[in-house]
Design a protein around this ligand. Sequence first.
Ligand code: ADP
Ligand code: MG
Length: 386
Amino acid sequence: MESLTQPISIGALIDGRYRLTRYIDGGGMGKVYEAVDTRLGDKAVAVKLLQQNLNVDDRLFEQLRRRFEQEAQLCALLGGQHGIIAVSDYGLDGPQPYLVMEYLGAAPRGRSLKELVSAEGPLSPERTVRLAVQICESLQYAHGVRTHLGGRQITGVVHRDIKPSNIFVIDRALVGETTKVLDFGIAKAVSDVTIAMGTNMGFVGTCDYASPEQLRGEELDARSDIYSLGIVLYQMLTGQLPLQPKTHSFAGWYQAHNHESPVPLPRLAVGQAIPPRVAAVVMACLEKEPARRPASMQELSQRLQDELLKAAPAPVAPEREAPPPASDEALGAALAAAWPVLRERMERWRSQALDRLEKLPGRIRLGVGLLAAALALKTGRRKCDD
Ligand SMILES: Nc1ncnc2c1ncn2[C@@H]1O[C@H](COP(=O)(O)OP(=O)(O)O)[C@@H](O)[C@H]1O
Ligand SMILES: [Mg+2]
């Protein structure tokens, strides 16, 4: 059995197949490397070496290996669809558990939400909701999954470690920004193994985003992920966390998540207005009592979209352009064009008037006749002026 502490160096071949080419970064549960799959023409992959070595006696090793494999199989089963990262392989390199997943650093290069918010600052409510809807879709799928695995009946998978570094945003040329959720089930795999090894330190994951019930060590359901996503959404909109613990220790976070009120979402975050009703949905995710949060990812997604739509200003009708003031030349041209019609009408009125005049008594006929003669005289003069 290999040594526990042996450092893994760049160039090392994991399980005789994956050559590590670059160290990317490490979190609470492992270290992530860029690597090539030597069996598939050096295709780029990401290899995650999990924190703990299963360096125990043979009987326990076998037990732990089985447990790790079950969780890894679940990751592989969920991944590659509905915006969840594809896990292509898993195994043990000696006592060291590892997972192989698609590499998100190649073009179109993905960036974690953590990188995105620290590079660009708070995101607009529209962009936040657009990304949130996709994240909700991934989590809704996982929460509703029903399958059999290694004799176990699986009814829904809770992520347990939703945080900005586990959500990637990939900017695709034709469809725009799409999200990928990473590290499904890793928290469960690691915590199961540490419990079995008797090295359980209690909580496995990132306290900043953990739900109150998760920190209390209770059974979790979908609503725990809703709480964690609420903290992520709050951070996307403001760049801040809603809770400020006295110390960044487990005890500090336990107290904050369980007993302290989150800072209400400000109406204005770095110069942008956050619609109050969108803010209210995010705050509802942060309720201490799971029953008071949105009941599912589907509901959360719908409420965010509805409230954003209601907050959108009513579309302004395009103003009709006032016609430009007519010039003297234009007026003259319009009159000249209309003159033949006008003249024809006047001729018709004159002959109708003469017809009626025939039927009138003598004196009246004389007066009207004089009037008609004057009109004819005027029309004739206008005719000459044309
Ligand atoms: N599949 C991947 N492709 C590219 N980069 C990745 C991949 N998985 C993880 N990373 C990067 O490695 C870093 C470390 O990941 P991880 O060990 O899961 O720590 P955490 O998520 O706790 O920050 C992440 O922040 C991310 O930037
Ligand atoms: Mg991670």
